[in-house]
Structure formats: structure tokens, C-alpha cells
Design a protein around this ligand. Structure first.
Ligand SMILES: Nc1nc2c(c(=O)[nH]1)N[C@H]1C(S)=C(S)[C@@H](COP(=O)(O)O)O[C@H]1N2
Ligand SMILES: [Mo]
Length: 429
């Protein structure tokens, strides 16, 4: 019998835990929850009765006992969604952004994983899909999915970021974390180390590069140096424990930890071993950066160190004066995050934030810092440092070196203004 919290004879004990928590937050919770209940009462009159010390309706009614073969989020969380942009630059091209402002921890749920498709999402029957490994090899292979899953496998947690993430920040910063920073996600990937497959085919001594090709209508292909292929590259078929989602490359994709999203070929059908890069469209006209002196940066594979505050953030909930937690994610394509500093005065002073464990290489790292907000306008920022001692640059530093002709690889410090009403906005927008 659930008596304690609902015993109308003991209103004091029933409200005590709530009061002490309130005291910690500066006493503002009571006011907030009563105004919330009034707002709800206007919409759904019965809901006010669900608040303490009453027994809520959901303890009086039997719960939903319907069998759900595949579970869905609560209907109260239905607004947590990707945002899709379609038709740019071609009708089949699309991308969708992860709602970073609504996520906690480091793992992106599969249904919210960002998406970038150049030729639409193919519908691939795994029984009819093959992975070919050929070129400068002793024993070319044509693998079925059953063949692939018989190889020894590993599971690893890695971020994936499109090199076009935050591209708007170069010249047209927008007041949104989701559409400016949301081409970033992180998952636990399961598959076969690419080195295992390359060992199985036996590479010839002059092998230096591999070409990876997708089975989508874009036939996307990229050249990858053999060092990466033999280091931590994975041929993955599972994402957060379940089969890859169609959008992420079902039934199999290449995962190059820390390397720009574009090289992580989805719907992987072919790996060719060769001596030199193939200079495909994606690595020449695209995904190269025009520098101020008119030259182009080619083959900038590893994503540079970056971080962003996700709470509070534009698109997210506004904060109230008193105790708050500043929290966000940091990542580096070069290894582990070693430190994240947070500023609440626009970058003049910095405090080192706490990093959640585990801190893994080429993986999102969650940082947190308690912050007592006095209710006055503030400007908050995070600065990540990785194990190679690379320090995330300010916007001014980055633009000074790279100019403003780039469309890719923007990794500067983000600055959020906190307005007097507690809302966060992009200071550069
Ligand atoms: N075959 C194929 N692979 C692809 C793409 C594609 O369109 N086709 N898009 C690339 C780009 S630009 C990125 S950023 C990542 C996005 O991976 P995701 O959609 O799983 O987030 O996949 C890459 N691999
Ligand atoms: Mo991308």
C-alpha cells in the first residue's frame, strides 16, 4: 500500500522531501509548480488533483497493459525529434539534425541519430546484399551478411560528425543549437575491425589506400589511408545494440572513428585496395576548404576538437535564477578529451568542468558545472582541450586563420547569451 506520500493525515511528511530540495534551489520551485498546475488546470481541469498531497489518477487506474513489440517514447516526450531539411542541393539530398538540447549523457538514441543522405535512403534486402573486397589483394572476397557476422566482432562507442556541422556559423550564425550543431551524434557500434577483413584478403605490399563505396543511388565513394583502415576502422552492422537503422546504412556501413562523417560510407558494398587516393567528387569539389589565399585544404580527415553547451542552450528550456547545471558535450577526432573549461562571463574567466566517466577516445564526453545564476544577463561558453593539447579556438581565432570561404570543419567556441528571462540565444546570430 503506497501510504506515505499520499496519507492526507501527514501533509508535513509528504511535502518534506520536496521542501528541502526547494530550499536547495532557492525556494523558487513552489512558485513554479503552482503556476504550472494553474496552466495545466486551464487545459485539463482534472490534472490539478494529481499534485501532492493527493493520490494521482495514474495510481488509481490500472496501467496500460498493452503489449508493445517495439517501445516508443512517452507521449509527453513526443516533441523530441530530428529536424529535417530536404532538397538541398538536389531533390534526393537531405539531412536531419539531432536535438542536442533535449539529450542527456553521451548516447544518441537511434531514432534521433542525425542523418545525411546524398541520394536518399536505399531499401536493401540484407540477403541480397554483398560486400566485395578486391584490388591489390591476394584473395578477393565477396561476403554475405552471414559471412560478415561470423568474424570476431567488437563494440565501441564513437561520435559521428558531418564536416558540414556548424557550417552556418562561418557567415550566417543562426539562433539554434539543433540546426547549427546537430549534425553530431554518438552511438555504440558493433562490427568487425576492417583490419581483420584486410588480413583475410591479404594485401599486396604496395597497398597504401582503400576506396569505400556505398550501395545507394549516390554511389558515394571515398579514399581512406591504409593506416586508418588498419588502425581502428570498423565495418559495423549494429548501432546501440540493434541492427543499423536504414538511415545509418543498414545492413552495413564503414565507421572511421573521429574522421569526418562523409568518409563513413553507409550501405557499404565495396572496398578496393590501391596505391593512391582516387580523388573522388566527395574529396575534391566537396569536403575541402577554400583558404583565404585561394588554396584548398584537402584530406582533413580527423574532426578537430570541439564542444558545445547543451543545457542551457538555444531551442532548450529557459533557466531560473539560483542553482543550475551547465552541461554539454566535447569531442575530438584526435583522441580523448582531457579538459573542458566553462566561462559564464563571455570568455574572460574560465572554470574547469567535471567530466563524466568513461572518457573514451573519439567519443562524446559529457561535462558538467554547477552554476548559481543571479538572474542578470550572462554569456556562457565551453572550451575543449584534447589529449594532444589542442585547444578549441575562439571564433575570432578560427576566422583569422581560415577566412570565411569554408563550408566545412567549423569548430570554434560557441557563445550563448543568457537573457534576463532565462532564455539562451546564440551570441553570434
Ligand atoms: N553511401 C553513402 N554514405 C554516406 C553518405 C551518403 O549519402 N551515402 N553520407 C555521408 C555523410 S556526408 C555523412 S555526414 C554521414 C552521415 O551518417 P548518418 O546519416 O548515419 O548520420 O554518412 C556519410 N556516408
Ligand atoms: Mo556530411
Amino acid at each position: 500500500m503506497p501510504t506515505f506520500a499520499n496519507d492526507p493525515d501527514k501533509p508535513e511528511s509528504a511535502t518534506l522531501p520536496r521542501r528541502s530540495f526547494m530550499a536547495m534551489l532557492g525556494g523558487s520551485l513552489l512558485a513554479a509548480s503552482s503556476s504550472l498546475s494553474l496552466a495545466q488546470a486551464a487545459e485539463e481541469p482534472s490534472q490539478v488533483d494529481n499534485l501532492p498531497p493527493n493520490t494521482p489518477q495514474w495510481m488509481k487506474d490500472p496501467g496500460d497493459a498493452d503489449y508493445k513489440g517495439y517501445g516508443q517514447p512517452s507521449k509527453f516526450a513526443k516533441d523530441i525529434k530530428r529536424i529535417e531539411v530536404k532538397g538541398r542541393p538536389s531533390p534526393l539530398s537531405s539531412f536531419s539534425f539531432t536535438p542536442l538540447q533535449d539529450l542527456r549523457g553521451i548516447i544518441t538514441p537511434n531514432g534521433l541519430f542525425f542523418e545525411r543522405d546524398h541520394g536518399g535512403v536505399p531499401t536493401i534486402n540484407p540477403d541480397e546484399h554483398r560486400l566485395m573486397i578486391h584490388g591489390l589483394v591476394e584473395r578477393p572476397l565477396l561476403l554475405t551478411m552471414d559471412d560478415l557476422t561470423r568474424f570476431p566482432s567488437v563494440s565501441r562507442i564513437h561520435f559521428l560528425e558531418c564536416s558540414g556541422n556548424s557550417s552556418g556559423e562561418w557567415t550566417k550564425p543562426r539562433n539554434s543549437i539543433q540546426t547549427q550543431y546537430g549534425l553530431l551524434s554518438c552511438a555504440e557500434w558493433t562490427g568487425v575491425p576492417l583490419s581483420t577483413l584486410l588480413d583475410a584478403v591479404g594485401m599486396k605490399p604496395n597497398a597504401k589506400w582503400i576506396l569505400a563505396e556505398g550501395a545507394d543511388s549516390a554511389g558515394m565513394d571515398r579514399s581512406i589511408p591504409i593506416e586508418k583502415a588498419m588502425d581502428d576502422a570498423l565495418v559495423v552492422y549494429a548501432q546501440n545494440g540493434e541492427p543499423l537503422r536504414p538511415e545509418q546504412g543498414y545492413p552495413v556501413r564503414l565507421l572511421l572513428p573521429g574522421f569526418e562523417g562523409n568518409m563513413n560510407i553507409k550501405w557499404l558494398r565495396r572496398i578496393k585496395v590501391g596505391t593512391a587516393p582516387w580523388m573522388t567528387r566527395e574529396e575534391t569539389s566537396q569536403y575541402s576548404d577554400l583558404m583565404p589565399d585561394g588554396t584548398s585544404r584537402l584530406f582533413t580527415f580527423a574532426m578537430d576538437t570541439k564542444s558545445v553547451i547543451t543545457h542551457p542552450a538555444p531551442d532548450g528550456k529557459s533557466i531560473r535564477p539560483g542553482t543550475n547545471e551547465i552541461s554539454g558535450v566535447a569531442w575530438s577526432g584526435h583522441g580523448k578529451i582531457s579538459r573542458v573549461d566553462v566561462s559564464v562571463d563571455g570568455g574572460r574567466n574560465w572554470t574547469t568542468a567535471k567530466l563524466d566517466s568513461p572518457v573514451l577516445p573519439r567519443c562524446l564526453t559529457r561535462f558538467r558545472l554547477p552554476w548559481s545564476w543571479d538572474g542578470k544577463p550572462a554569456a556562457i561558453a565551453s572550451r575543449a582541450i584534447d589529449e594532444t593539447n589542442y585547444v578549441q579556438p575562439t571564433r575570432e581565432e578560427l576566422l583569422k586563420v581560415r577566412g570565411t570561404h569554408s563550408r566545412y570543419h567549423y569548430n570554434a567556441i560557441a557563445l550563448w547569451n543568457i537573457e534576463a528571462d532565462g532564455r539562451a540565444s546564440n551570441a553570434y546570430a
